[in-house]
Design a protein. Structure first.
Ligand code: PEP
Ligand code: MG
Length: 574
């Protein structure tokens, strides 16, 4: 069985499915045919029997070892699972709504939970949790998952789950997980970016893949093409093993570029730096020959915890990176929480549109103490190497001024205490919101450099959520509107005498290198694993010829023609 999703991190992994239960109770809706009704009802009934058996086992154990109160709890669970109204409700939704059993169960559970929420009595209100817990058990039996954590994975595991957080992904390398596949997500989600940083093959946006796999199934994931093959036959397996070998050899061959400069065939020197998510990536930055760190995302210090990191903790962490990368520069980006990176200590969890909400610089300006603490830590680290500071999500000049006002305050404070820092530290901004892209001429007067965040710029320009698997096909870096904005940013930045970098995922995809050079881009910042691929591409390209081709491409009004033309160019050069 072959499934297609979005390629999130290149490479091929061959192993066994490790189905990870999602913390959220969330099923994907699948429309079924009338003929499929019986099968879905059967699946639901089998899951009910399995849940009852499980609960009976637990009740027996509880009777021996626990108090009466606990035994009563499990008896109540048995009562819920056996409730005829509940069972009828699910079956009726499958039959009338022609939906899969998971989705019907979710709908009924949500309806029942709403009833509990309205109850005033606290004790009875809390019984809603029991209903949810029982439904989760039934769901688990239905999809064949067991409650597991990533720490329990056997050696050849490929994780299949509804969604992963960027923090889950960080731990994967330590757990020797070969790769992962998720129902949710797009290729520029932070989970995908993290997978590339960890060099773990991944496919995301597979919609309901978790309902099609069983724990222990043999599986191949191709993170380069975005393909998942479940229970492959001998020929397919042999074929993918050969492809896997070719991929490994190609990666090794790239090593010849480590010490070579990123220079075009007509002698234009280009800078290729690295993006990092966590300090552990420094080794990879150095081994791939990157010219510094063009984007140091600092969210890792804030995620997966309930309290804010102290100034000292931040300072030590930044200083360590800065010293190791010296004399090359490190661009430290102030924290970009919100969107798909949620921190539990600030009020960003309940937003309806988190990507349009209190994110990044907006959140920092709303919490100046948190912001100042980070600025102090970055400034102090600047005394130990070559540091530049960068603000994310700047939407206009007032926001930049507001951030700089806080920075001035912090600088004054450090000076008054005679604490060392680089007084001439360069301060740049991310250009990732169309309002900033259209006013670069104004912003560039007050920023030392610009860095284009295409991951967000594309989502905001095209109104396509970067983590929503249902609109991935509309997420098009080559859309004429995007190319025009890029041209405007690069030209306006250069006219103002500022250097312009790109640190979004578009910079790390070799199929766009020629067109980006043609747009005049001279600084690339990409995930370490892509540094050599981009260097190789730059060394094949003629800077002047690329400009001509790009001008020609920009005159195309149709997106399809444009994409076709670029793909044709690509097949000629590769
Ligand atoms: C971007 O938006 O392109 C970017 C580099 O920032 P992030 O992916 O962290 O939002
Ligand atoms: Mg961004």
């Amino acid at each position: 069985m072959l499934y297609k999703g979005s390629p999130a991190s290149p490479g091929i992994a061959i192993g066994r499915v490790f189905l990870l239960e999602d913390e959220e109770f969330c099923a994907i809706k699948r429309t079924i045919s009338k003929e499929g009704i019986r099968k879905e009802i059967e699946r639901f009934k089998r899951a009910i029997v399995a849940t009852k058996n499980e609960l009976n086992r637990i009740t027996n154990k509880a009777t021996k070892h626990l108090s009466k109160k606990h035994v009563k709890l499990f008896e109540a669970y048995l009562f819920i699972v056996d409730d005829p109204v509940f069972k009828e409700d699910v079956i009726s939704r499958i039959t009338k709504g022609l939906v899969n059993a998971e989705y019907a169960l979710q709908e009924v559970t949500e309806k029942n939970l709403k009833v509990f929420e309205k109850i005033e009595d606290e004790y009875f209100k809390q019984r809603g949790n029991d209903v949810l817990d029982v439904s989760k058990k039934i769901m688990r039996h239905m999809v064949g998952a067991q409650k597991k954590t990533l720490a329990e994975t056997p050696e050849d595991s490929i994780v299949f789950t509804h969604n992963l957080t960027p923090t889950d992904t960080i731990t994967m390398k330590d757990e020797n997980i070969l790769g992962f596949a998720t129902n949710m997500g797009g290729k520029t989600s932070h989970t995908a970016i993290m997978a590339q940083a960890m060099e773990i093959p991944a496919v995301v946006g597979l919609k309901d893949i978790t309902s099609h796999v069983k724990h222990g199934d043999s599986v191949i994931i191709d993170g380069t093409e975005g393909v998942v093959v479940i229970n492959p036959d001998e020929d397919t397996l042999a074929n993918y093993k050969r492809m896997q070998q070719r991929f490994i050899t190609a990666v090794k061959e790239l090593n010849q570029f480590v010490d070579l400069p990123a220079v075009t065939t007509d002698g234009k020197k280009i800078v290729v730096a690295s993006n990092i998510e966590i300090p552990q990536e420094i080794k990879s930055v150095i081994s791939h020959g990157a010219e510094g760190i063009g984007l140091f995302r600092t969210e890792y210090l804030f995620l997966n915890r309930k309290t804010l990191p102290s100034e000292t903790e931040q300072f030590e962490s930044y200083k360590n990176v800065v010293e190791k990368i010296f004399p090359n520069p490190v661009i430290i980006r102030t924290v970009d929480l919100g969107g798909d990176k949620l921190f539990h200590n600030v009020e960003i969890n309940k937003e309806r549109n988190p990507f349009l909400g209190l994110r990044a610089i907006r959140l920092c300006l709303k919490h100046p103490e948190m912001f100042k603490k980070q600025l102090r830590a970055i400034l102090r680290a600047s005394a130990f190497g070559n540091v530049k500071l960068m603000y994310p999500m700047i939407s206009g000049v007032d926001e930049l001024r507001a951030a700089n006002a806080v920075l001035s305050e912090v600088k004054q404070e450090l000076k008054s205490k005679s604490i060392q820092f680089d007084e001439n530290i360069e301060v740049g901004i991310m250009i990732e919101i169309p309002s900033a892209a259209l006013t670069v001429d104004v912003l560039a007067k007050e920023a030392d450099f610009l860095s284009i965040g295409t991951n967000d710029l594309i989502q905001y320009t095209l109104a396509v959520d970067r983590i929503n698997e249902y609109v991935t096909h509309l997420y098009e870096p080559l859309h004429l509107s995007v190319l025009r904005l890029l041209k405007n940013i690069i030209n306006a930045g250069h006219r103002a005498g500022k250097w312009v970098s790109m640190c979004g995922e578009m910079a790390g995809d070799p199929s766009y290198t020629e067109i980006l050079l043609g747009l005049g881009l001279e600084h690339f910042s990409v995930v370490s694993a892509s540094v050599l691929r981009i260097k190789k591409e730059i060394r094949k390209t003629n800077f002047k010829a690329a400009k001509k081709i790009t001008d020609e491409i920009l005159s195309e009004s149709s997106r399809d023609l444009l994409v076709k033309k670029i793909k044709q160019r690509k097949s000629l050069t590769s």
